[in-house]
Design a protein around this ligand. Structure first.
Ligand SMILES: [Fe+2]
Length: 463
């Protein structure tokens, strides 16, 4: 029986099939831009089921109707080659089928079992983490990382995978240490860069975050569009919090939008960055109308609620009223027909959040505050990372402030300021709110601190 580079048995595999599977593992875990080469190899493969089954998983991770149809074709071919499939390969077939059916709860359960039984199967862990991520299950994200790490302690990809699970469970010190340990093995690990960006963002260490990401950005040229645009997106977030929104807008034009406009991940990075810039008062010009045509085909997809909310907001800000209305109705149908495990995500969160975002985009701030307020307690269930989801919290906060719900807004801002006391915008907004509620002493203190921080950051700004 042939074995891949991780020592896993692969049925009916010749040397080329093993080389392709090893290539896929490194390329996927390293976020490389040559994954299409694996699809081509899988299309040619005539005996080993693992190639088409992994091609199906790769297609599914693209989250579009076309890629799901491609996955169906790959899975059909895999089943035709699977007469001698071993237990691990049967598990892959089962999880792929469940993913095509939209049964991500079952996918996650299968991946957790796979990681228990075959912890050397790194893609079983990586894709398991993807399902956990989309379900907003941070504990599962961490569990998978822990199990992989226990069996692959010297593997830099595994350290980065584990580090992200730690970060999403708020274990920031351990996460950063683990990600930096991955970089000691190979400084080019973009997923480790990404986790460190999350850790620094969560602590409000913007200057450190920019210096770190800039120092690693030379290694991202061979990354796929998701990783490339997403790490630059993280750098833009640091710039926005340093009152350097003009530079963040420049990054949008040069790095974040335009690599692969048809890809969902590029689209949500773009929507999220434009939205965050507008929240800080930046005029983004005609950029929404450039993004919107790529969102229009996605009205009825509903792969992951977190993706849908970005699409909807992008369309709403572009003024595409008819697609927005159609998508809102489609989301309501999706929520009504949902499976029990995803009811909270679609019905309790996504539907009110989507209506709230549409209201906010039209300037109906009181309605937006009310609807987003309903959705907020359920927000982790929509999937995505803490940093990504924070966009919706920021829009909710802005709606509260603009509609005069001062006490509610104040509580959120005070919590933000406790977590990240280094952001001038938070201090300025606090100052504004304290003034509105007549707490002048606190208003003056917050405004003074905002000025001090802004002055300090202006000194370090490149000229
Ligand atoms: Fe991220």
């Amino acid at each position: 029986m042939a074995r891949d580079g991780q020592g896993l048995e692969v049925s009916n595999a010749g040397k080329e099939a093993i080389a392709s599977l090893d290539f896929l593992r490194d390329e996927w875990l390293g976020f490389g831009n040559r994954l299409a080469e694996f699809i081509a190899a899988a299309d040619k493969e005539a005996s080993c089921a693992m190639l088409p089954v992994m091609a199906a998983n790769l297609s599914l991770s693209m989250y579009s109707n076309d890629s799901r149809e491609a996955a169906r074709r790959h899975l059909g071919r895999a089943k035709g080659l699977a007469a001698e499939a071993n237990a691990r390969e049967k598990a892959w077939l089962a999880t792929t089928e469940a993913w095509i059916d939209g049964d991500t709860d079952r996918c996650l359960a299968i991946h957790e079992q796979m990681v228990d039984e075959w912890p050397r199967d790194l893609l079983a862990g990586k894709i398991g983490q993807l399902h956990a991520f989309n379900a907003g299950d941070a504990e599962a994200l961490l569990r998978i990382g822990e199990r992989l790490f226990a069996a692959n302690q010297d593997n830099r990809y595994v350290k980065a995978i584990y580090a992200f699970g730690l970060e999403e469970c708020h274990r920031l010190d351990e996460a950063e240490k683990m990600a930096r340990a991955a970089l000691e093995i190979d400084r080019r690990d973009p997923w480790a860069h990404h986790t460190i960006a999350h850790c620094l963002e969560a602590r409000g260490k913007m200057l450190e975050g920019i210096a770190f990401l800039q120092s690693m950005s030379d290694t991202w040229e061979s990354c796929n569009s998701f990783m490339y645009t997403h790490n630059w997106w993280h750098l833009a977030l640091f710039l926005i919090d340093l009152d350097r929104a003009d530079e963040a807008l420049g990054l949008f034009d040069r790095r974040v939008w335009g690599v692969w406009k048809e890809f969902c991940e590029d689209q949500i990075n773009a929507v999220s960055l434009l939205a965050r810039l507008e929240l800080r008062g930046v005029d983004v010009g005609g950029r929404w109308t450039d993004v919107a045509p790529y969102l229009r085909p996605r009205l009825h997809e509903h792969f992951v609620p977190f993706l849908d909310l970005h699409y909807l907001y992008g369309l709403a800000r572009a003024g595409e009223q008819s697609p927005v209305t159609e998508m809102l109705a489609s989301l309501e149908d999706r929520a009504e027909n949902t499976k029990p495990f995803e009811r909270e995500a679609w019905a309790d969160c996504t539907v009110p959040a989507a209506h709230g975002l549409a209201a906010y985009a039209k300037g109906d701030h009181a309605e937006a505050a009310r609807l987003l307020g309903q959705a907020m307690p359920h927000l982790p269930k929509i999937g995505g990372s803490i940093a990504q989801r924070s966009l919706f919290g920021a829009i909710h906060l802005d709606a509260l402030m603009k509609s005069g719900w001062n006490d509610a807004a104040l509580k959120i801002l005070q919590a933000d300021d406790r977590e990240r006391p280094t952001v001038p915008w938070t201090k300025r907004s606090l100052g504004d709110l304290y003034r509105r509620v007549g707490r002048m002493e606190q208003a003056l203190a917050a405004e003074y601190q905002a000025e001090q921080l802004a002055r300090q950051y202006a000194k370090g700004r490149p000229t």
